[in-house]
Each structure stands twice: as C-alpha cells, then as structure tokens.
Design a protein around this ligand. Structure first.
Ligand code: DAT
Ligand code: MG
Length: 149
C-alpha cells in the first residue's frame, strides 16, 4: 500500500489548525500510520530540504521549520502521494485553489502550513528520514470496505 510523508509546519501548529488539517486526510479515506508532535533539529531540517540547498530561500526554510513544533505524519492509501498533494494545493497559497488546505488557510509562500512528499520515491526517502520502522503502525481500519471497493 502506498504511503506518503506529511508535516504540519510551525504556522499550522501555532494557528491551531492541526485538527482541521488532519480531518481532511481522514475524511478523504486515507489511513494514518504514524504521527509525532516534535521539534525539528537543524540537521534534520537540512536533510529534509536537501533538494533545495542551492535555492536562495533554503536558509529561510530551515529557520522556519525549526522555529516551533511540528506534526510529522505518515498516511497510507491508494494513490495517496499524488492525492495528498491535491488536498494540500499549490505551493503558493495565493494561487492554491479554494478547497485545498493552502488555498483555504494561507496567503504567503513561506507560511504554507503543510509539507507533502512530491513523488513515491521522495515519500520513501522522507518516511525513512523522519520515522523509525517501529514508529509506524500497520493496521486496517474496520471501515475499509466502505471506502475501498
Ligand atoms: P512544496 O512544498 O509545494 O512541495 P517546494 O518543494 O517547491 O514546494 O518548496 C518547498 C518549500 O519551500 C515550499 O513549501 C515553500 C518554500 N518555497 C518554495 N518556493 C519558494 C520561493 N520561490 N520563495 C520562497 N519560498 C519558497
Ligand atoms: Mg516539495
């Protein structure tokens, strides 16, 4: 079963949007398999954003993600990587569609509330970076048959 890594960034936590954000993935039909409320070390932040290390906004990204607690999560389901990106919306909240998390709750690109893996291989790398195997829970919700045909 496909899995993706999602993280509610410090702005989402500070603005008390944790419940609203998680609810969208639950009601969509995806399954939570890992969750932790945590501070992010500079080292972990730099590894997570390694792909952006040459970009001018890299240091700002690292500063921001380490500026307050975050919620790190792994979600599971058919097509969850691409579907979660759609639920999240475009990188810039100003152009993100209404109905998406960023479109409904954000304005600035540097305060876009949530991270989501952009591809299956990225998800595998990010899940391994953020979670130990024993922190992930293998389970099947009893309602699965009412969500999956
Ligand atoms: P996404 O988070 O939609 O996957 P990304 O991986 O391209 O977007 O960039 C990672 C984060 O970096 C993004 O959530 C916000 C920030 N960012 C991206 N482009 C930026 C830009 N042009 N100026 C400032 N911050 C930017
Ligand atoms: Mg990205």
């Amino acid at each position: 079963m496909e899995r993706t890594f999602l993280a509610i960034k410090p702005d989402g936590v500070q603005r008390k949007l944790i419940g609203d954000i998680i609810k969208r993935f639950e009601t969509k039909g995806f399954t939570l398999v890992g969750l932790k409320f945590m501070s992010v070390s500079r080292e972990l932040a730099e590894q997570h954003y390694d792909v952006h290390k040459e970009r001018p906004f890299f240091s700002g990204l690292v500063e921001f993600i380490t500026s307050g607690p975050i919620i790190a999560m792994v979600w599971e389901g058919d097509g969850v990587v691409a579907a979660a990106r759609k639920v999240i919306g475009a990188t810039n909240p100003l152009t993100a569609e209404p109905g998406t998390i960023r479109g409904d709750f954000g304005v600035s690109i540097g305060r876009n509330l949530i991270h989501g893996s952009d591809a299956i291989e990225t998800a595998q790398r990010e899940i391994a970076l953020w979670f130990k195997d024993e922190e992930l829970v293998n389970w099947q919700p009893t309602l699965t048959a009412w969500t999956y045909e």
